[in-house]
Design a protein around this ligand. Structure first.
Ligand SMILES: [Zn+2]
Length: 103
């Protein structure tokens, strides 16, 4: 599916969804659908295996962290307006993000 983004930087974030490093995922709640900036220590497919390698006394280690995004961190585009104008893409990205989102 060819998707239109606000800029190449944000496209790269979305395309890295589920992989190690920084990415953008789309979270849907009953009230709101919004992008989250997500950081992963390892790819989503490796989380269970990597988690088992962390010693019990290692303290607090976060393999995945995320925070909501209102604006594109690269070009400043209002992401809620972008979502409102791209309903088909929004649905596609919500489905693709579903198993990657932290609640
Ligand atoms: Zn942008």
């Amino acid at each position: 599916m060819k998707l239109e983004y606000c800029c190449p930087g944000f496209q790269a974030l979305v395309e890295n969804m589920g992989e190690a490093g920084i990415s953008a995922v789309l979270k849907e709640t009953e009230e709101l659908t919004y992008f989250c900036l997500q950081s992963r220590t390892c790819a989503a497919v490796d989380v269970e295996r990597i988690s088992m390698m962390i010693p019990q006394n290692a303290g607090s280690i976060r393999i995945v962290e995320q925070t909501g995004l209102r604006y594109c961190p690269f070009c400043g585009a209002n992401l809620q307006e972008w979502l409102a104008g791209n309903a088909k893409t929004t649905r596609y990205l919500v489905d693709k993000s579903r198993n990657l989102i932290l609640n």
